[in-house]
Structures are given as structure tokens and as C-alpha cells.
Design a protein around this ligand. Structure first.
Ligand code: RFL
Ligand code: PHB
Length: 392
């Protein structure tokens, strides 16, 4: 097999990149190691920046998003049993965010790609990227029980944080900057209407809690738990009791309960891989960087990487110049580090530090109070949350 751009991974980054390239007339092939049903069910993100929504609209993948997505004009910060609203349009000059599940974006992009191309192979696992420094890199992969080769002009690793593309970077050219957090998130989906209209980020007595949603009848909630937590130790009643305690305020508010349909524990990590390209191999999305979910940046960063990369490829296709492609890594990394910083700050400000002392807690409170007391500080949070501009 041969193609211009070989894309490893059919998550949001790989699928959107394929769509953008296809619309520019650049041929590509997507290799996805998992089955379609698995990729379409994997529960993950839900909060989309304005730029992410715009990108999906521009490539004709937003019909269902426009019909079913929930537009949010702010979030609530809850601490010390009080609620404080951050109003995005007022603080950012009109920006909003949209709640629409990553699973639904993936379903929409897969349906479009299977109907209109380019080729998308499920259960096609990439084993290695060979000769990334050459003019003709190759992806070695297994499909239908046979090992095969995909010859490419360029390869893009959109294969997530456990992918193989990173492994093709020689150790001497790649730096990995990482930070592990001493807590995880227990996430649930529940068949109950959300108890709030906007997302609530709470710093409660036993730690952090987040109230999000998927639709007017499905709630998505998260609880800070210790690393190594087993979901079996968290029967439904214990989860609801703990969530209720962490969201509690002085005043009239109640967390509605309902049947829990999914439970999972996710550890939290920040990691940036520099540079994001080597020879003719590029990394995009979680393959290049991961952030803790507190700032809701992971999916949005994956989308902004592939928007930049698609523009670099479009420029090359139109003019034959590799000038933009040569600067892909620098074009992305400034924004990546800003999102990494924002996610780190949000995480540290809202989670209870195990073995943290009173001084840590007072610092957290001082940060939260500054945001709720100063329009300038709130505007800084709102600008980062709704998404910083793209470099291109
Ligand atoms: P993905 O989604 O991991 O997709 C990578 C794909 O590559 C495939 N793959 C391979 N294919 C072929 N050969 C191989 N050798 C392969 N190895 C792997 C995998 O099967 C997979 O299909 O990466 P991508 O596309 O970069 O997308 C990134 C996002 O998925 C991720 O950043 C977000 O989900 C993070 N995230 C959130 N991001 C947001 O912007 N807003 C949120 O509200 C938000 N909430 C979250 C989140 C992540 C969470 N978890 C579970 C980590 C909430 C949670 C709980
Ligand atoms: C989600 O809806 O899954 C979600 C929303 C906001 C976050 C993280 C996750 O910060």
C-alpha cells in the first residue's frame, strides 16, 4: 500500500486530520488498532472549546453537534460551601464552550470517512515506523492476520499516549517532560438529569469533584480518589454520598441521584514530548502530550494540533514549500505548554494534596478567592478555559 500521509490512530486527532487533508485533496490512510465499536464507546472528554466546534463545522462534521450540543456560557467554582460563577462571554468578549461527548465526535467522523473516504482500516495495528528520516517512511502494521507495509511521504502518529510513533524518535533527539499527580479521578455516567445547568468544579472537604453532563438526561460526574483505587471499593451509594458531601453548600441545592451506567478510574499525568516531529514523522494529540482532565484541554489540544498540521500540509500541497511543515513543532508547542500550565494550575488549585499541610490549603484558598474577587484573574481563567488562539 502507498499513500501521501499515513495516519496511525483513529481517535479524534487521526480522524479529524484525515478529514481536513481529504478536503484539501491530499490522500491519506488511517490505521486504527481497535474495532469500530470499541473506539465509538470509549468514554472520555465532553467539553469543547469554541475553536474545536468551529473546526468541526468548517469540515462539515458538525450537523449532530449543532443539533445536540449544549452551549455553556460559564462554569461554577464551589469552595468553602459557597458558589461563584465565571461568566465566559462577559469576561472574554463573547466566547462560549459546548458540551458534546468525544464518543459522538468520533462516531460522526467515522461515519463521514466511511462514506466519503479516505480509507480507514479498523483492527489494523501499527507495529513500527521505519526510516522516518528518509524521503519514504514506512509504517509496518498487522491487518487481517497479515503483516503489511504502508509506504508514505509523511507519517503522523495520532496513536495516543501509549502509541508506537513516539518510539521511532531516536533517544538523542527527543525530550519527555512529565509530572505525575498523587491522585486519580473516578468517573461515572448516570441516567439522571444534571443537577446544574453549567459545570461545577468543587473543592470539597474530602477533595475535588466535578459535575458535568452528556445530555439533558445523562450526568457525568468525577471524584478525586487516591491512586490505585479499585472501583469495586466504590459501590453506588458511597459514590453519591461522597459527591453530595463535596458539592454541599450553605443554601438550597441538591445532587439528584440515578442509576450509574459506567464507572472508571483514571490516573492523572502531565507530559510533553519535544520536538513534535522528526524527519517526516509528526506527532499530534495525546501521542505528543497529555494533560490532567481538570482544564478539559486534552481533546481540544489534539484538535488544535491537527488544525495546524493540516494547514502546514495544505501549504506544502499548494506551493511545494515545506517552510510551515518545518516549523510544525514550534507552532504547536507554545500553545501546548500554555494548556499544560493551565491544567496543572487548575488541578493543583482544586485537589486535596495527600499529606498536604495547612499552608497548602491556605494557598489554594487564596488562589480561588483571587479568581472570584478580581475580574482580571477571572478573565485569565476564562480566556484559558475557552481556548487560547492558534499560532496559525
Ligand atoms: P486517543 O483518543 O487516545 O486516540 C488514539 C487512537 O490511536 C489508536 N492506537 C493505534 N492505532 C494503530 N496502531 C497502534 N499501534 C495504535 N496505538 C493506539 C487507539 O486505539 C486510539 O483509537 O488520542 P487523540 O486522538 O490524540 O485524542 C486525545 C483525547 O482522546 C484526549 O486528550 C481526551 O479524551 C482528554 N480528555 C478531555 N479532553 C478535553 O479536551 N475535554 C475534556 O472534557 C476531557 N475530559 C479527557 C477527559 C480524558 C479522560 N480520560 C479518560 C483520560 C476526561 C477523562 C476522564
Ligand atoms: C467531561 O464532561 O467529561 C469533562 C468536562 C470538563 C472537564 C473534564 C471532563 O474538565
Amino acid at each position: 500500500m502507498r499513500t501521501t500521509v499515513g495516519i496511525i490512530g483513529g481517535g479524534p486527532a487521526g480522524l479529524l486530520l484525515a478529514r481536513l487533508l481529504h478536503r484539501t485533496g491530499i490522500d491519506c490512510v488511517v490505521l486504527e488498532s481497535r474495532a469500530r465499536a470499541y473506539v465509538e464507546q470509549r468514554q472520555r472528554a465532553g467539553m469543547l472549546e469554541q475553536g474545536t466546534v468551529d473546526a468541526l463545522r468548517e469540515c462539515g462534521a458538525a450537523d449532530r453537534l449543532d443539533a445536540e450540543g449544549l452551549i455553556h456560557h460559564g462554569i461554577e467554582l464551589r469552595f468553602e460551601r459557597e458558589r461563584h460563577r465565571i461568566d465566559f462571554p462577559v469576561l472574554t468578549g463573547g466566547r462560549t464552550v459546548t458540551i458534546y461527548a468525544q464518543t459522538e465526535i468520533v462516531k460522526d467522523l467515522i461515519a463521514l470517512q466511511l462514506a466519503e473516504g479516505p480509507p480507514l482500516l479498523f483492527e489494523a495495528e501499527a507495529l513500527a515506523v521505519e526510516k522516518p528520516e528518509s524521503q519514504a517512511p514506512v509504517v509496518r502494521f498487522v491487518h487481517e492476520g497479515r503483516e503489511q507495509m504502508l509506504s508514505c511521504d509523511y507519517v503522523v502518529g495520532c496513536d495516543g499516549s501509549h502509541g508506537i510513533a513516539q518510539g521511532a524518535f531516536p533517544a538523542e533527539v527527543s525530550c519527555v517532560y512529565a509530572h505525575d499527580y498523587p491522585y486519580s479521578w473516578l468517573g461515572i455516567l448516570a441516567d439522571v438529569p444534571p443537577s446544574c445547568e453549567e459545570l461545577i468544579y468543587a473543592r470539597g472537604p474530602g477533595g475535588f469533584a466535578l459535575h458535568s453532563m452528556r445530555s439533558p438526561s445523562v450526568s457525568r460526574l468525577y471524584l478525586q480518589v487516591p491512586n490505585g483505587t479499585d472501583v469495586k471499593d466504590w459501590p453506588d451509594d458511597r459514590i453519591w454520598d461522597e459527591l453530595s458531601a463535596r458539592f454541599a453548600i450553605d443554601g438550597d441545592w441538591r445532587l439528584e441521584r440515578g442509576p450509574i451506567t459506567s464507572k472508571s478510574v483514571t490516573p492523572m499525568r502531565s507530559c510533553v514530548h519535544e520536538p513534535m516531529c522528526h524527519g517526516r514523522l509528526f506527532l499530534a494529540g495525546d501521542a505528543a502530550h497529555i494533560v490532567p482532565p481538570t482544564g478539559a484541554k486534552g481533546l481540544n489540544l489534539a484538535v488544535s494540533d491537527v488544525r495546524v498540521l493540516a494547514r502546514c500540509f495544505a501549504e506544502f500541497h499548494r506551493t511545494g514549500s515545506t517552510q510551515l511543515l518545518d516549523h510544525y513543532s514550534e507552532l504547536c508547542l507554545e500553545r501546548v505548554w500554555q494548556a499544560t500550565r493551565f491544567s496543572y494550575d487548575m488541578t493543583r488549585m482544586l485537589h486535596t494534596q495527600p499529606n498536604g499541610d495547612v499552608f497548602d490549603r491556605r494557598m489554594q484558598l487564596a488562589r480561588l478567592r483571587r479568581i472570584t474577587a478580581s475580574r482580571h484573574a477571572a478573565a485569565e481563567l476564562a480566556a484559558n478555559y475557552t481556548g487560547l488562539p492558534l499560532a496559525l
